[in-house]
Design a protein around this ligand. Structure first.
Ligand SMILES: Cc1cc2nc3c(=O)[nH]c(=O)nc-3n(C[C@H](O)[C@H](O)[C@H](O)COP(=O)(O)O)c2cc1C
Length: 247
């Protein structure tokens, strides 16, 4: 149906119908490699935002672009929670920190000591050296009024799946949203520190329900957006850990 030059073929089923088709935009209108590469090079994580809200029209554009993302198995099983004001982003972070206050036992010395036997060395080290300091940094700063969770951005989106989603799908969609927002002149930052904390247990379920998050899922990612207060002049040259061309 999508390649037939005369539109003679119609396919119905699996939530697809001829109405889902649209004419592909001209190739000449597509971003060139240079344009895309410059967009990628200019992107730096932004954690300080002007108070200017992000217009609904831009939010729609970001979501339209993100919905073009590929998915493990169509139709998409990605869900998005949109927090479209600074107050909502802040309220979410405050609720999240109150919730974390009640989870501190999970990173207490005795619990980590006990769980080491079940989790193995890598998980134990991750909890001790990353999760525990992160949880403390979030909650202690929030008690002083400083929001290190979502930096009081004027817009945040949480991309998550369902128990059936390909775990990569929400992350790919979030990456598309981030790239689209960059093209619209916004600053962005991915926030990985929320999703893992709100997956398991009764309290996590209560938190998700309160926030309007429909499912627990293996992967999920927050992205914050807004007009940058800071201006970068330098990028950092980055490389993968390894690239091996198989012979
Ligand atoms: C999956 C993922 C999770 C991230 N989580 C956080 C986070 O929770 N808080 C934060 O301040 N930055 C977070 N970041 C931003 C990274 O710290 C940032 O991308 C990295 O330092 C590289 O800097 P750059 O984005 O400016 O190139 C995250 C980035 C990714 C890709």
């Amino acid at each position: 149906m999508a390649v037939c030059p005369s539109g003679a073929i119609e396919v119905l089923g699996r939530t697809l119908s001829p109405e889902n088709l649209f004419d592909l935009p001209d190739k000449e209108k597509a971003a060139t490699y240079e344009q895309l590469h410059v967009l990628f090079q200019r992107r730096r994580s932004i954690r300080e935002f002007k108070e200017t809200p992000v217009d609904d029209n831009l939010i729609k554009k970001i979501l339209d672009a993100a919905q073009t993302a590929p998915m493990g198995l169509p139709p998409s099983d990605v869900n998005v929670l949109v927090l479209n004001s600074r107050d909502k982003v802040r309220a979410f972070a405050e609720d999240f920190c109150s919730y974390l206050e009640g989870m501190k036992w999970m990173v207490s010395g005795w619990f980590l000591f006990l769980m080491r036997l079940f989790w193995g060395k890598e998980n134990h080290e991750m909890f001790r050296n990353f999760i525990k300091p992160l949880l403390h940094a979030y909650t202690e700063n929030m008690r002083k009024g400083v929001n290190l969770v979502s930096y009081d951005a004027p817009l945040a989106m949480y991309f998550y799946g369902s128990p059936y989603t390909d775990p990569a799908d929400p992350v790919i969609a979030a990456t598309y949203a981030m790239t689209a927002a960059e093209a619209l002149g916004l600053g962005t930052c991915m926030i990985g520190g929320v999703h893992p904390f709100i997956q398991n247990g009764r309290k996590a379920k209560e938190f998700r329900e309160k926030q309007g998050i429909r499912f627990a899922s293996r992967e999920g990612l927050f992205v914050i957006f807004g007009y940058p207060k800071v201006k970068y002049t330098k990028g950092i040259r980055r490389t993968f850990a390894s690239i091996e061309v198989q012979r």
